[in-house]
Design a binder for this molecule. Structure first.
Ligand code: CP
Length: 311
């Protein structure tokens, strides 16, 4: 039987998408987690291979695995034989030979995870890749919004900030549209997606957050991803804030909006600190749903029929 990797939200059938969201909701409750620990993955070993920094995704995948009774091993680039000249391919083949049950991978280059997944004999889950995709982030965003709003049918979601370099935005567009939302984008010229970027075809476009706020019901904020930006002229900070930031004043004026952000946040740039604790901001709740969604993904990948994943 072929191995079912989970590399993109587009790998999920509609039934698979609904099943992950339904199961995530079973794991999460208002105060924390319904099942602090289950033994569904007892005896399984999950390896986390992150070629790029992470706080939320790495810790939540580890926590998710532990809450399901699995053990985890974390591969750290620093201190590994990559520093002695070993290739990434040989590193992955070496980890594969240790026979884990699943590999969670983050990589900074588009296409790298699919290429490396071909070298291993276990399911690989994309934990964020280049500017192309971050499937579990989009699922946790949807899970958080569905908990608050009940449905995304008819919702108008505007993605505001560095859309051009965002793997999160690309995955969100797919998931949110499939759940019935209409998508808008709002970014400075230099951070707008290319006109030939098919992921953003048929999106509404806005040139300021004030315009976007009049149209949207949900605002998905993004930080400027400086680690992926080369040779682009960005607006200076005061200009950026005046046109694209969720300042405390704007958030107070638009308290009917629902605000999400995948994190990490750059306070005082795309968002003010006060906004984080406002009732219509779901930013910390997203982190809680991150664990629940990753529990659901791991459980499906490791114990359930692979037809839930279409690839
Ligand atoms: N949202 C997200 O992927 O955060 P980390 O980089 O901290 O994992």
């Amino acid at each position: 039987m072929p191995i079912s990797h989970f590399l993109s939200t587009k790998d999920l059938s509609d039934a698979g998408l609904q099943a992950i969201l339904r199961d995530a909701r079973m794991f999460v409750s208002e105060l924390g987690f319904r099942h602090d620990r289950t033994e569904a993955l007892e005896g399984r070993n999950v390896v986390l291979v992150f070629f790029e920094p992470s706080t939320r995704t790495r810790l939540s995948f580890e926590t998710a695995a532990h809450r399901l009774g699995a053990s985890t091993v974390v591969f750290n680039v620093t201190g590994s034989s990559l520093e002695k000249g070993e290739s990434v391919e040989e590193t992955i083949a070496t980890i594969d030979a240790m026979r884990f049950d699943a590999m969670i991978m983050r990589h900074s280059h588009e296409g790298a995870i699919a290429k490396l997944a071909k070298l291993v004999h276990m399911p690989v889950v994309n934990a964020g890749e280049g500017i192309s995709s971050h499937p579990t982030q989009a699922l946790l965003d949807a899970s958080t919004l569905l908990e608050r709003l009940g449905t995304l049918q008819g919702a108008r979601v505007c993605v505001v900030g560095d859309v051009r370099h965002s793997r999160v935005a690309r995955s969100q567009v797919d998931v949110f549209r499939r759940l019935g939302a209409t998508i808008g984008v709002c970014a400075p010229q230099a951070l707008q997606p290319d006109t030939n970027d098919v992921d953003f075809h048929d999106c509404e476009h806005f040139t300021s957050i004030d315009e976007a706020l009049k149209w949207s019901t949900i605002v998905s904020l993004l930080r400027i991803q400086r680690e992926r930006i080369n040779g682009i002229d960005l607006p200076d900070l005061p200009t950026y804030r005046s046109q694209f930031a969720m300042t405390a004043d704007r958030a107070l004026q638009h308290n009917e909006q629902t605000i999400i952000h995948p994190g990490p946040v750059n306070l005082g740039v795309e968002i003010d600190e006060e906004v984080l604790s406002m009732k219509h901001s779901l930013i910390h709740r997203q982190v809680t749903h991150g664990v629940a969604v990753r529990m659901a993904v791991l459980q499906h990948i490791l114990t359930q029929h692979p037809s839930i994943i279409v690839n």
